[in-house]
Design a binder for this molecule. Structure first.
Ligand SMILES: Nc1ncnc2c1ncn2[C@@H]1O[C@H](COP(=O)(O)OP(=O)(O)OP(=O)(O)O)[C@@H](O)[C@H]1O
Ligand SMILES: [Mg+2]
Length: 330
């Protein structure tokens, strides 16, 4: 579901930059890792934006920076128009109730020494939501809502499978009644059948609670199942964004074309041949000049301009795309 036209987005990120300082090697300072290098995005109430790209392109850094698990280098992130990056301690606590994050690794993200019930109640304790008996009752309800037995509250994380742990992580995020959940590869470590169950659960919860998801994945096949809109990231920047239908149906950036070709059933046209990109993505500590994708590009019209001039996102055929030759993408 998309926000009504004209309404301001619930979450808006503007020109977000996060550079990690690299450790000096043999006394010589190394260039910074440009993990996120000017990302803008919006997220409406009840909407899912899929953020997709290869490993290391900066997806997690976007999520962690928005939620202030780490400080940005520059840029803005606005929740209902209020800049998240300038919040003081009290306002930050209130913000954390509204924006929650669930993580890829359902094993690492739960404290092994905490019962499931205490883990789910932790946010309610921090935010002083309800009385102790009320919180216990709410934990039971949340467990049932995510498809688990209320009696599991007394157990420890090691007693559960990956899929069950991810459900516990979801219950934990829901406990403080957030409006936005940043889902960082929530199903990447799960079997395909379990993936589908967890994705269905996330969709049901979204509908019931008007939740907005920033859904991070490296795989278009997963994003396709949940996203209203898609933003494709390459080396710290968004190279294409638009409705899921457009981005999957008629991608304009050659990188999106390659990602989509790996998911034949994502294509709304007859199956296309799989495009295997040559080489690894370049290092974000030394991104290529011009278009960062030019070193792996297969666009027939690629030329000198791609090596020298960085393409900015521009509207074309219903999407925003950062490619000099997007008009003639095959
Ligand atoms: N704390 C850190 N210090 C230095 N570099 C970092 C740090 N965290 C991430 N990076 C680097 O920043 C870049 C982006 O990393 P990030 O984890 O955001 O990518 P990602 O798209 O989430 O990848 P993946 O799909 O593997 O999860 C990578 O080159 C990574 O090595
Ligand atoms: Mg990541």
């Amino acid at each position: 579901m998309t926000a009504p036209a004209g309404a301001s987005p619930l979450l808006e990120v503007r020109e977000l930059v996060k550079h990690y300082r690299a450790r000096a090697i043999l006394g010589r300072s190394a260039p910074p890792v440009r993990a996120v290098d000017g990302v803008s995005l919006t997220l409406g109430r009840g909407e899912t934006l899929g953020l997709v790209g290869e490993s290391g392109c900066g997806k997690t850094t976007v999520g962690r920076t928005i939620i202030r698990l780490q400080e940005p280098t520059s840029g803005q992130a606005l929740l209902d128009g209020t800049d998240i990056f300038t919040l003081g301690a009290d306002a930050l606590r209130a913000f954390r109730r509204r924006v929650q994050m669930i993580f890829q690794d359902p094993y690492g993200s739960l404290n092994p020494r905490m019962t499931v019930g205490d883990a789910i109640a932790e946010g309610m304790d921090i935010h002083r939501i309800g009385t102790r008996p009320q919180r216990r009752g709410r934990v039971a309800t949340l467990l049932e809502e995510v498809g688990l037995d209320a009696s599991y509250a007394a157990r420890y994380p090691h007693e559960f499978s990956g899929g069950q742990r991810q459900r516990i992580g979801i219950a934990r995020a829901l406990a403080v009644e957030p409006e936005v959940i940043i889902c960082d590869e929530p199903v990447s470590s799960l079997d395909v059948s379990v993936q589908a169950q967890v994705l269905n659960l996330l969709s049901d919860l979204q509908r019931a609670r008007q939740l907005a998801y920033l859904f991070i994945a490296h795989d278009l096949a997963v994003v396709r199942q949940v996203a209203d809109r898609i933003a494709v990231m390459y080396l710290g920047r968004i190279v294409e964004t638009g409705t899921a239908e457009r981005v999957l149906g008629s991608p304009r950036h050659p990188y999106t074309v390659a990602l989509r070709s790996a998911v034949p059933e994502a294509s709304m046209e007859p199956a296309t041949a799989r495009i295997v990109l040559s080489g690894d993505p370049p290092s974000p500590a030394a991104p290529p000049s011009g278009c960062a994708f030019h070193t792996r590009c297969f666009h027939p019209a690629r030329n000198e301009r791609c090596r020298t001039e960085r393409p900015e996102l521009r509207p074309l055929g219903g999407v925003q795309v950062a490619c000099h030759h997007a008009e003639s993408t095959p």
